[in-house]
Design a protein around this ligand. Structure first.
Ligand code: 16Z
Length: 448
């Protein structure tokens, strides 16, 4: 292996309490909110086809015009307690809020820049009330922070000249100051979700990032930081030059999901997902495919079945309202979670053979197995293949445990479970299996 000073500092998974809690979340809520919500994907009557939070980079929108938007930021409808209540009913166990996106506008009162909420008509801290409201609902808060900052004069995407390097030193200090400030102001934060770390300039900062990550972890013991923050000695992110995971979990699944357990390399991971194809910030004219609650539930279940967390994005509008499409989805997913959360919270990967009807999840504590059925076979017969020596002790409907099933053994360690669920059930049905312990093979004496 390659000698690295700033590569991965831990082989294997974190097993501490905070990481176990993270692993058991299942469902999270991403919130992208900032100045970009004001134009909402349009400028001077023209439609912007890119991601709404990137409108500043659109050739039809002058940077100066965007940078003046803070003078219009006055979200009178902002109601953090309502947002937190909605997230609770959705069933989210954690929430990730954009404290500063690529545009550099800070939703908290930062002493290191004037480009923050205190200099907008709104004038007040946004992050603090959100942290308070979500903590009150028992939903853990994580802070999204973009290292890339289009507003800061010292920011560089690459370091070519001596002047670049000098300016970037100031930018690094600014970045460190803001991060330590966030942890001081919001000490109940459970972790940081970093973004905007793909630049060549940042990839040269292995030592700086390593030291800063250590400082942050010292400030809040147990802090959870993913693979997007640190570059290693050779500028590799997510995985160091020896292929070892950087940070506490893999953050590479953005608007995409792993297909197999092998794709996850056995690591912890999260998938962050937009409702439209590619809109994180508020866009007033969603075009293309907008995901249904059925699709989002399938992505959630698939994530949990592969040992990951699924984070669904919300983009509040410029006045601080959650749009109706997201409110509707939150209600539909929440209704399904009300009945079926046992198959999500505290669950993860089960090594039984994947079947066409859907996904298995396994509760890490109880060992209970959940069959989440998305594709009901025409003959209603759900095939289950278990590793040898594992039997199906009890099988019943999660929604109505009085509805029990007698598995029909059709081959060795292979069963049909004949669906009884009414066809009217809106979302996927969930069947619970309480597997037998390893069946004792006759005559094999277990060593004492
Ligand atoms: C260049 O491709 C990108 C760059 C950044 C992103 C940002 C989005 O604005 C959003 O914040 C997402 C989580 N992040 C990866 C998405 C695609």
């Amino acid at each position: 292996s390659i000698a690295l000073e700033h590569g991965s500092h831990r082989l294997g998974k974190r097993t501490d309490e905070m990481m176990q809690t993270w692993r058991n979340y299942g469902l999270g809520q991403f919130i992208h909110w900032g100045l970009y919500a004001i134009p909402g994907g349009h400028w001077e009557g023209k439609y912007y086809g890119g991601a709404a939070e990137w409108i500043r980079s659109w050739k039809d929108m002058p940077n100066e015009a965007y940078d003046e938007l803070y003078k219009e930021f006055d979200p009178q409808n902002f109601d953090p307690r309502a947002w937190a209540k909605q997230a609770k009913s959705l069933g989210a166990k954690y929430m990730i809020i954009t404290t500063k996106h690529h545009d550099g506008f800070c939703l908290w009162p930062s002493e290191y820049t004037d480009y923050d909420v205190t200099n907008s008509p709104y004038g007040k801290d946004i992050i603090g009330p959100l942290v308070e409201a979500y903590d009150a609902e028992g939903i853990d808060v994580y802070l999204y922070f973009s290292v890339m900052d289009w507003n800061h004069l010292g920011y560089r995407s690459k370091l070519e000249t001596e002047e670049d390097r000098e300016a970037y030193e100031g930018f690094k200090e600014f970045t460190r100051n803001q991060l330590l400030e966030l942890l001081d102001l919001y000490p109940t934060t459970k972790g940081l979700w970093f973004d905007g770390t793909w630049d060549a300039a940042w990839k040269e900062q292995a030592a700086f990032a390593d030291k800063l990550e250590t400082e942050m972890r010292e400030k809040i013991p147990g802090l959870i930081i993913g693979s997007r923050f640190r570059p290693d000695d050779y500028g590799n992110r997510h995985f160091d030059s020896n292929g070892d995971l950087m940070g506490d979990y893999e953050q590479g699944w953005e608007r995409k999901l792993p297909e197999t357990f092998e794709d996850t390399k056995g690591n912890d991971w999260d998938c962050v997902m937009t409702v439209p194809e590619n809109q994180w910030g508020y866009h007033s004219d969603w075009r293309g495919h907008v995901k249904t609650s059925f699709e989002l539930i399938e992505m959630l279940v698939k994530s949990v079945s592969l040992n990951g967390n699924f984070v669904m994005n919300f983009g509040p509008d410029g006045q601080g309202s959650i749009r109706e499409e997201e409110t509707k989805l939150a209600a539909e997913i929440g209704d399904w979670m009300d009945v079926n959360h046992e198959a999500i919270y505290g669950c993860g990967y089960l090594d039984w053979k994947k079947q066409d009807w859907g996904y298995y999840t396994k509760n890490r504590e109880t060992g209970k197995v959940y069959m989440v059925v998305f594709n009901r076979p025409l003959n209603g017969a759900l095939r289950v293949k278990t590793p040898s020596k594992i039997g199906l002790e009890k099988v019943y409907s999660l929604k109505e445990p009085s509805v029990t099933y007698e598995p029909e053994e059709v081959h060795k360690d292979e069963y049909f479970i004949h669906l009884k669920e009414s066809k009217t059930s809106k979302g996927p049905v969930v069947i619970v299996i309480e597997p037998t312990k390893e069946k004792q093979q006759e005559g094999t004496e277990y060593q004492k």
